[in-house]
Design a binder for this molecule. Structure first.
Ligand code: F6R
Length: 246
């Protein structure tokens, strides 16, 4: 595990964007695994700026997103497809046909099967970007008794519903289910980069990356990844031993 510490959220976004841009320079046709949520917004903003300045190029890249709410269509402003269009895809030179997000409107079991077939056809993810939930979830792989390998339907935990209610008019509007990529393609990615910011994530960062590897804290499995980058701000990394940070 390699840890990059930024002073604040803004700098975290810029460090992460530079790492994605470096990946695209080394391999322009990279397959990028992408996340939604508040944490990567600054990274997407910085990537859009780099692309508009001609300093990075998405024209040969492909992307696969981690997850989507069951029942939300791409036109729904709370859907993850909508989020990606707004924060990244419409602002960089990626080809729309090269961007993939699970289908929230299909029968969930069918959407999962199709997404796994798609992932198989695309091959290994070059760089997987992740956030982390306050309960340690990655994608929507919630704490459970095992690490689910494949794309699956999840019942969102109460803490995730509460955390995500801020994006909806009310908590009642948050969909209770989501389709999420499983752990296998995440762990199989050549590089995994997890972004985290804010004091409220400090405790889970400590548990996930210095505690035991357990499906009760899904992100803890990243301790087993040979090329895992943790990019966090000072507050989120505050409970880690200083010697771990480079
Ligand atoms: C969303 C996703 C989630 C989020 C996590 C943190 O695609 O994968 O695991 O990364 O819920 O969300 P924020 O960044 O909003 O705290």
């Amino acid at each position: 595990m390699k840890i990059y510490r930024s002073e604040d959220e803004r700098e975290m976004g810029m460090i992460a964007a530079d790492l994605v841009a470096a990946q695209l320079r080394v391999k322009p046709n990279s397959l990028l695994g992408l996340a939604t949520g508040s944490t990567p917004v600054g990274m997407y903003e910085a990537l859009a700026e780099l692309c508009q300045a001609g300093k990075t190029d998405f024209s040969a890249a492909k992307t696969v997103n981690l997850d989507e709410y069951v029942s939300l269509s791409p036109e729904n402003e709370q859907s993850y497809r909508y989020f990606m269009q707004k924060h990244l895809f419409e602002r960089v030179n990626i080809l729309p046909r090269n961007t993939f997000v699970p289908d929230g409107t299909a029968d969930p079991a069918v959407a999962c099967k199709r997404y796994d077939e798609l992932l198989d056809s695309l091959g290994r993810i070059d760089l997987q970007v992740l956030g982390i939930g306050r309960n340690g979830h990655i994608g929507f792989n919630e704490p459970s008794d095992d690490f689910p390998c494949d794309t699956h339907v999840v019942e969102l935990s109460e803490s995730t519903i509460e955390a995500n209610a801020r994006f909806f008019a009310s908590k009642a509007e948050v969909p209770r289910r989501a389709v999420t990529m499983g752990i296998r393609p995440i762990l199989y990615a050549r590089t995994v980069m997890l972004l985290v910011c804010g004091e409220e994530k400090a405790e889970i960062v400590k548990r996930a990356f210095t505690g035991p590897v357990t499906p009760r804290v899904p992100a803890s499995i990243l301790q087993l990844h040979p090329n895992f980058l943790l990019v966090g701000d000072r507050a989120a990394l505050s409970l880690l031993d200083g010697s771990m940070v480079c």
